[in-house]
Design a binder for this molecule. Structure first.
Ligand SMILES: Cc1cc2nc3c(=O)[nH]c(=O)nc-3n(C[C@H](O)[C@H](O)[C@H](O)COP(=O)(O)O)c2cc1C
Length: 184
């Protein structure tokens, strides 16, 4: 598949079949993430793959608790997904941390976003659907997964085989709205 075709194929999947994802395919996705660039090559990430059914239900329940109770059904996809991946933001190297303070930019969030997208694009190539989930009860999910208190989980990725092909064209801003040459 050509690169742009793959990019176009990747869409948020919110409805999954029961078909299980093979461990080797999950590992391919993590390998794609592992090769991602990061500020000072800090690689400030850990991918916690939740595939045990009972544990996965606990994570979905924790994610959708409290303020994040899913009244609108928006993130019910977490219950349907066969696998939930927690992207844990690990500490950056000292050089990247110093740079982040001086520049006032949290590079580790950029790093984890890039690595997460590598993961997701590899999944798309394998025909596996994914959805980023940023709206969830992070504190409760950390407890279930025994993530140290000082670390964050900025996002989850829900994974599974899509129930149906999504042929809807992507809604995106036009090129001329998002780019300019030579000045702002
Ligand atoms: C950081 C981030 C957080 C997101 N959080 C959620 C979420 O909590 N629930 C959800 O259904 N989709 C979530 N999404 C998916 C976006 O809604 C989706 O990517 C966007 O609408 C574009 O659609 P597409 O992914 O199908 O191209 C998130 C995406 C990103 C990148």
């Amino acid at each position: 598949m050509k690169f742009l075709e793959l990019i176009d194929k990747r869409k948020s999947t919110r409805s999954f079949t029961e078909k299980q994802i093979q461990e080797e395919d999950i590992i391919k996705c993590v390998e794609a993430a592992r090769l991602a660039p990061s500020a000072c090559n800090s690689q400030p990430w850990k991918f916690v793959i939740v595939r045990d059914r009972e544990k996965k239900e606990m994570v979905a329940g924790a994610a959708l608790s409290g303020l994040f109770t899913d009244a609108a059904g928006m993130n019910r996809l977490l219950r349907e997904a066969g696998v939930i991946v927690a992207l844990v933001n690990e500490k950056m190297k000292i050089s990247a941390r110093a740079g982040a303070v001086v520049k006032g930019t949290d590079y580790s969030l950029l790093d984890i976003g890039i690595a997460g997208e590598h993961f997701i694009l590899q999944a798309a190539e394998l025909g596996i659907g994914t959805c980023w989930v940023g709206w969830f009860n992070e504190k409760k999910v950390k407890q279930v997964l025994k993530v140290p208190k000082n670390l964050r989980i900025p996002c989850l990725i829900a994974m599974g085989y899509p129930k149906r092909d999504d042929e809807t064209p992507k809604k995106r801003k036009p090129l001329d709205e998002i780019m300019s040459f030579d000045e702002y």
